[in-house]
Design a protein around this ligand. Structure first.
Ligand SMILES: [Zn+2]
Length: 244
């Protein structure tokens, strides 16, 4: 298992080639990403269900994509959990939902990933591996689930990560709510949405979906929703559209 040692050159180059959105930044930032991914591998525990081994290729693919959002925030944002479970494909689960009048509805859900407070974090390898191609439509399961981790760092999954000042929290609420309402109205009206319509599920899903697009299709997001782009750029401390 690749832990407590440098990611080999060939594996790192392969990872950058498979996920080109990782490489579209300055040389220093790519180097910083590699160092952070190495630390990430040392701090997290990877497993697959059953006896399937986690390969170095899988672990590095997850680590590099997971570290992208915290490149400027710092790896301590992920201190709240250790375990990462990689399933071969999306997972079918039975879910319950209690509606406003207290009726419990059961339904089947297909999960490409899941983040819970305290962990473990679950990912579908098929979705992780296809992230190079799916970047075209702004989809990235690793960034989605790790955005949930950032959001939940203050103990609540509400689409608002911990922000240092009252002014930043107010600005966040204003911009995020306006875009969230807009996407909800578009979905209700059966209209096309720029972001994946899953963003209309809840504010925390909106933040996770917007974060995916911010990192893998930044030019599109900046063109379509410049104020949302600016908000995320300020939070993440990155301006990926400037290098895309
Ligand atoms: Zn989600």
């Amino acid at each position: 298992m690749l832990q407590r040692r440098r990611i080999p050159d060939d594996l790192w180059e392969l990872t950058l080639a498979r996920f080109p959105f990782l490489a579209r930044r300055s040389r220093q930032d790519v180097q910083q990403l590699r160092e952070m991914a190495t630390l990430f591998l040392a701090r997290k525990e990877f497993s697959c269900p059953g006896d399937t081994p986690v390969t170095d290729e899988m672990a590095v693919a997850v680590a590099a994509q997971a570290c992208l959002p915290v490149l400027k925030l710092g790896l301590h944002w992920y201190d709240g959990f250790v375990g990462i479970v990689i399933h071969p494909d999306a997972v079918q689960v039975r879910r319950e939902h209690t509606d406003e009048i207290g009726v419990v509805h059961e339904y089947d859900a297909t999960l490409a990933g899941e983040a819970m407070e305290g962990g473990p974090l679950m990912l579908s390898w098929r979705d992780v591996a296809e992230a190079g191609e799916s970047a075209e439509w702004g989809y990235n399961v690793v960034i989605h689930e790790f955005a949930h981790v950032l959001d939940m760092r203050d103990g609540v999954a509400d689409g608002v990560p911990p922000l240092p000042t009252r002014a930043e929290r107010a600005r966040w609420a204003e911009v995020l709510q306006a875009h969230y309402r807009e996407v909800c109205e578009q979905v209700d009206a059966g209209e096309e949405t720029f972001l994946d319509p899953y963003a209309a599920e809840a504010p925390d899903e909106f933040f996770a979906v917007a974060s995916e697009t911010f990192f893998v299709a930044p030019l599109d997001l900046r063109d379509e929703h410049p104020d949302l782009y600016e908000l995320l750029a300020a939070f993440y401390g990155q301006d990926p559209a400037s290098l895309a």
